[in-house]
Design a protein. Structure first.
Length: 98
């Protein structure tokens, strides 16, 4: 048996973390520009900013938390609480409205 090859280990390329950080920086600059400089309605801005925030969170989770290279079962542990958090936020917002 060789110690280098195992059926349970996933082989992946070396991730370029500097490039991921550059993407995150560009997304942050885009968020600031959209928030202050874009002459759109407030709802469109909020949707756009929410999309950028989710995109950045996905990049962090996939590359810096190494979820991109994990098995599907471990990804599920991360994904399942997300709808529950969305429900909690929605309920908290609705409680303020009513």
């Amino acid at each position: 048996m060789t110690a280098t090859s195992s059926p349970t280990t996933a082989e992946h390329k070396r991730t370029n973390y500097v490039l991921i950080r550059l993407y995150l920086f560009v997304l942050k600059v885009a968020e600031v520009a959209f928030a202050f400089e874009l002459p759109l309605s407030r709802n469109i801005k909020l949707l756009l900013l929410l999309f950028l925030a989710v995109w950045k969170a996905l990049l962090v989770a996939l590359f810096f938390m190494h979820l991109k290279f994990e098995r599907w079962r471990l990804r599920l542990i991360f994904i399942v609480p997300l709808p529950l958090a969305a429900i909690l936020v929605t309920v908290a917002i609705m409680e303020k409205v009513f």
